[in-house]
Write a protein that binds this ligand. Structure first.
Ligand code: VOV
Length: 247
């Protein structure tokens, strides 16, 4: 049996994708739409408070293409809190005018492929990655992925040493994007349909394509990577929510 990778696990994560039911939304009187937006902003206000207290983080993005209209990405210390937030949203008025499009449940994860040293949970850099404040980057890219388990190409049968070498090469490519793309890897084995969620943030949307393409040529992605659907979106700043929902 090959040695299992050890993981460090941080905040639990929910990516919640919704489509707006514009037809019924448009039928509402303007005043009622306004109240519904206010109620939703009340939820966001609560999330802001939690974020300010460093008990979680969240991000709002509008999604381009037909897979969804917007995404709420929520990080919290427990699964229960994620559940409460999703239920609270589902009970809100705005939810009556949205259709669930997709969701992804995972936990912020770091693996031990890189030398760690002393107790990682005491290392401020590690903590900042396990419990991150989501950046207000202009663009987001989210997709789930697996590592292949097929015939000769079985990641989980490889010796630790080989996996570590490949992850080193992966990290080297990633490092060239420092300052351009921020990645948050969330583990979802046992939680959702794929093994990881990949969430990328950038101020130049083209950097997603460049990074993901470059990684496709690197062995760990070229040989072992299997990918689900990609979602790409634009930052939905709070003061733009009203404009976004204006009809
Ligand atoms: C923005 C750049 C970037 C950088 C710097 C980076 C670096 C690193 C390092 C150093 C490590 C290992 C230690 C850790 O931190 O866990 C990882 C780990 C991981 N990565 Fe990564 N990755 C990036 C970016 C990046 C992308 C774009 C993808 C998607 C792959 C693609 O082909 O589309 C990805 C995937 C992953 C995954 C699934 C894991 C976990 C693998 C496992 O088997 O456990 N990653 N990653």
């Amino acid at each position: 049996m090959s040695e299992a990778a050890q993981t460090l696990d941080g905040w639990y994560s929910l990516h919640d994708f919704r489509t707006v039911d514009w037809t019924t939304w448009k039928m509402l009187p303007a005043q009622e739409r306004q109240e519904i937006i206010q109620e939703f902003m009340g939820l966001v206000e609560k999330w802001n408070k939690t974020q300010a207290e460093k008990q979680g983080s969240h991000a709002l993005y509008t999604i381009v293409g037909q897979k969804a209209d917007f995404m709420m990405m929520i990080l919290r210390p427990t699964m229960e809190e994620l559940n409460e937030i999703e239920t609270e949203f589902n009970k809100s008025k705005l939810a009556e005018y949205t259709i669930p499009a997709h969701s992804y449940v995972s936990v912020v994860e770091l693996s031990n492929y890189l030398p760690a040293g002393e107790d990682p949970y005491q290392n401020p850099q590690v903590l900042a990655r396990l419990y991150p404040e989501l950046p207000k980057a202009k663009y987001v890219c989210f997709y789930p992925m697996d590592k292949r388990r097929q015939g000769e190409d079985n990641w989980y049968m490889l010796p630790m040493e080989d996996r570590r070498n490949m992850m080193r090469s992966h990290g080297m490519i990633g490092r060239q994007y420092a300052g351009k793309v921020k990645q948050i890897i969330t583990g979802s084995v046992g939680f959702d349909d794929y093994e990881w969620g990949v969430t990328l943030f950038a101020d130049d949307v083209l950097q997603f394509k460049k990074l993901v393409y470059e990684m496709r040529f690197d062995e760990v992605s070229a040989r072992y990577g299997e990918f689900g659907s990609f979602f790409v979106g634009n930052l939905l700043e709070e003061d733009r929510v009203e404009t976004f929902l204006h009809v």
